[in-house]
Design a protein around this ligand. Structure first.
Ligand SMILES: C[S@@+](CC[C@H](N)C(=O)[O-])C[C@H]1O[C@@H](n2cnc3c(N)ncnc32)[C@H](O)[C@@H]1O
Length: 323
């Protein structure tokens, strides 16, 4: 297995409370891009495929210049250059990304069964995209590490046990060269490392997995914000970060208050957050900043429109910091 290449200003370490984590070895000023990373798999939700480039994720309004269509499977590209570059990968996923998972999910009620089915489908499509990547499969295996299931991740443990039971079904469903016994684990890996993609209106248009960014842990009082720009995932310092500090960004939206946020973390990411904000401790230095709905403390806020750096094209209701 090839090892993950960590840039010189970063260090990968293991923590008891949250598994692996990345920390800085040098100070970083507010506004510095501390990490850039190239995704190795992604899935664009079906509804967004005609308006989102399947290579660089450029979003194009339907009333604007139409995107080039790649083929009947519904995947589009913004330029011939993107289409050409994506060809080797496209051949791997073409025709498979719309497959239905039989049985309608595992939940008791129809609604939750559909939700489960949709989540599973997204993860399967992500995994298909991962194994279609001409990059070595080792990139995916780097993400598979039991030690990342820390004591604070009860949901993750449960999900791993559940999907172990459907290993055989998954193997039949996915035309991918994964070794026997690793399908369910790989599926969970993409699920728990997926980063949301958003269109210009801030609506979720898909997911991607990026090898280095997958090592960055969550905090509800993050020191960075994560953005996807021109197909590259970036992490930007929201304040001065000292050498030795762990990097973090918020995995969830801050919309809906503390309870909704904590539930969303457990449901989507499988862990119980124990940050200052979740413990209800005072947050020094937090009051002077605006908190965006994505959880980031905004660097640039246009006072007239409330546009922020995290969601440049979306006018956001900025939240109050007081709990
Ligand atoms: C994107 S991965 C981050 C890297 C992960 N620590 C690893 O070792 O692979 C997300 C997972 O990390 C863990 N995690 C991230 N932030 C956490 C936090 N604040 N507290 C506890 N666990 C956390 C959870 O298991 C979560 O599902």
């Amino acid at each position: 297995m090839t090892t993950l290449v960590i840039p010189g200003n970063l260090e990968l370490l293991s923590t008891e409370h949250a598994g692996r984590t990345l920390r800085l070895t040098t100070d970083a000023r507010k506004g510095t891009v501390v990490l850039t990373d190239t995704p190795f798999c992604h899935v664009i939700h079906q509804k967004f495929r005609s308006t989102t480039c399947d290579l660089c994720y450029t979003f194009s309004e339907t009333d604007g210049e139409p995107l080039l269509q790649a083929c009947e499977c519904g995947i589009h590209y913004c330029s011939e250059a993107c289409q050409l570059k994506a060809l080797p990968r496209h051949q791997g996923v073409c025709g498979f990304t719309n497959r239905e998972i039989g049985g309608g999910g595992v939940g008791r009620k129809k609604k939750s069964a559909n939700r489960n089915n949709k989540k599973l489908m997204t993860s399967v499509n992500l995994l298909l995209s991962a194994v279609s990547n001409p990059l070595p499969l080792a990139t995916l295996y780097n993400q598979i590490d039991e030690s990342s299931i820390s004591v604070s991740t009860p949901g993750k443990k449960r999900r791993l046990e559940d999907s172990d039971k459907c290993e055989v079904a998954l193997k039949q469903m996915m035309p991918c060269p994964l070794p026997a016994g690793s399908y369910a684990h790989a599926l969970n890996t993409v699920h728990f490392n997926a980063i949301g993609l958003y269109d210009a209106h801030g609506d979720e248009s898909g997911f991607l997995v990026s090898p280095l960014m997958a090592m960055v842990n969550h905090s509800c009082v993050p020191n960075c914000c994560q953005l996807v720009v021109d197909g590259t995932v970036t992490l930007t310092a929201l304040r001065h970060i000292e050498a030795g500090e762990e990097l973090s960004y918020s995995y969830v939206s801050m919309e809906g208050g503390d309870r909704a946020r904590m539930e969303s973390i457990l449901d989507t990411w499988g862990f119980e957050c124990n940050c200052r904000r979740c413990r209800g401790e005072p947050q020094a230095g937090f009051d002077k900043e605006h908190v965006c709905v994505c959880g980031s403390i905004c660097l640039q806020v246009d006072r007239t429109t409330s546009e922020c750096v995290c969601h440049p094209a979306k006018v956001l209701p900025l939240l109050s910091k007081s709990r």
